[in-house]
Ligand binder design. Structure first.
Ligand code: CA
Length: 442
């Protein structure tokens, strides 16, 4: 009975399981016209045949949705119950509950959320150990600016495009420039802080940073609640398309093939069900490979745009998935798919593999901005947390099992040196040198 109640509770939170898509309460059949339930392959070897994962309807969640819709998880014996999370805070609260408590076992995360949930730093001290298992997507995020600051010509390099703009704006308005994100102290805040600081603008002095719930962002930008917004696509694309503002910079411009959001699951779930965790990764890897193929982009956009999933106009998602942007205050079209969202391959190797060198970077930025005093104050602490939370072994097992060529399976924990648009280099061998090279910090 308890199990049934829990199941219904998940359904009412817009959860749709693979096996139940056709009859999901109140939801119409998928607009793809193919809503036949995909039978979950019997796999007696798995410790469990189901997992509850949360997602937020942005491009980062695409591999999870495609894994469900195209049957990649079912093929490996796992029924993935995906439930849309009302906010990142709701996702955090639901993973603390766990599926046993009516919540979720894991899902899509901005970093360092899984690390900080593990440490109790964003859960009122309650430590819920989690493991980061794979990167879901690289790139595909951006910083949108409102029409009210179009004359400011905000672009990737603020030093050249907009010298003195922020001081002039703040003086004229009698208040600070407002920049928003959907959850504090994670990817989106980190991107906007990096961008401002690289442009010589101190985010703690010249800007008011604020949290705005994703559904309120379009209206908020229209109404002047904020002048800039940092988020995952399709939001920046919608802001441009609806002529509410313009795309000042993409995250791909800030750091090519950068780490973005990740799949992370509660440690207790993974420890109890290691084979099922590998099955989850097998399905994810196959979904990412499928998503990366140019010939599948239109079908992916169609699936994601449906009311059941994102409920976003199809052309917005088609453009976003293909990396078709209109950049800058003048809206110059850019159509380089390699600057759009990446799910599987890149000139830096596979996207999906959870390199510790990349997950560590979010903890270094946390140090830079003093996000979690008492938890991440030193490189030693950052490394210890990172080593505990990021797991590369299960990914390797899964990749091998689905036939990823050995040359594409990383052997180490470091992707090597990383270079940002402003010339800053992050050498994972020497994180202190990276922190020292950053001029603006807290
Ligand atoms: Ca993101």
């Amino acid at each position: 009975m308890a199990k049934r109640r829990r199941f219904l509770a998940l359904l009412s939170a817009t959860a749709c399981s693979t096996a139940l898509l056709a009859g999901c309460l109140g939801n119409p059949p998928s607009s793809t016209g193919d809503s036949t339930p995909i039978p979950v392959a019997r796999n007696a070897n798995l410790e469990i045949n189901t997992i509850s994962l949360g997602f937020v309807p942005i491009l980062e969640a695409a591999p999870l949705v495609i894994g469900v819709e195209k049957g990649f998880f079912a093929k490996h014996g796992l029924e993935v119950n995906l439930s849309k999370q009302a906010s990142w805070g709701a996702a955090r609260d639901n993973v603390v509950l766990g599926s046993v408590g009516g919540g979720i076992d894991g899902g899509q995360w901005q970093l360092p959320m899984p690390q900080m949930i593990s440490e109790g730093a964003i859960t009122n001290g309650k430590k819920v150990p989690m493991v980061v298992l794979a990167m879901l997507m690289s790139q595909g995020n951006g910083i949108a600016a409102a029409n009210t600051v179009r004359a400011g010509n905000l672009s990737l390099d603020l030093k050249t495009s907009s010298p003195g703009f922020f001081d002039k704006f703040n003086q004229k308005q009698g208040r600070k420039f407002r920049a928003a994100y959907t959850f504090p102290k994670a990817n989106q805040e980190i991107w906007i802080r990096y961008w401002l600081a690289a442009g010589g603008v101190n985010p703690d002095k010249a800007v008011e940073l604020l949290k705005v719930p994703a559904p309120e962002t379009l209206q908020g930008m229209k109404n002047g609640t904020m002048e800039a917004f940092s988020t995952g696509d399709s939001w920046p694309s919608r802001i441009t398309r609806d002529q509410i503002g313009y795309l000042a910079a993409t995250t791909a411009q800030i750091w090519k093939v950068h780490p973005e959001e990740y799949l992370a699951v509660r440690s207790d779930w993974v420890d109890q069900h290691p084979k099922a965790a590998v099955a989850l990764l097998k399905g994810l890897i196959e979904a990412q490979m499928w998503l990366d193929k140019p010939e599948n982009k239109d079908e992916a956009a169609k699936i994601l745009s449906s009311r059941k999933w994102y409920n976003i106009p199809l052309p917005v998602l088609q453009e976003a998935l293909k990396g078709q942007y209109k950049l800058g205050a003048r809206g110059i079209p850019e159509t380089d798919p390699r600057m759009g969202p990446l799910y599987w391959s890149s000139d830096r190797g596979v996207i999906s593999y959870p390199y510790k060198s990349l997950t560590l970077w979010f903890l270094l930025e946390s140090m830079r901005w003093k996000f979690f005093p008492g938890t991440v104050d030193t490189i030693e602490q950052a490394r210890a947390i990172n080593d505990k939370v990021t797991r590369e072994d299960l990914w390797k097992q899964a990749a091998k099992a689905v036939g990823v060529p050995a040359k594409d399976i990383p052997t180490g924990s470091s992707r090597g040196k990383e270079t940002f648009f402003d010339g800053i280099v992050y050498d994972p061998e020497n994180p202190q040198a990276y922190l020292d090279s950053l001029k603006i910090k807290k």
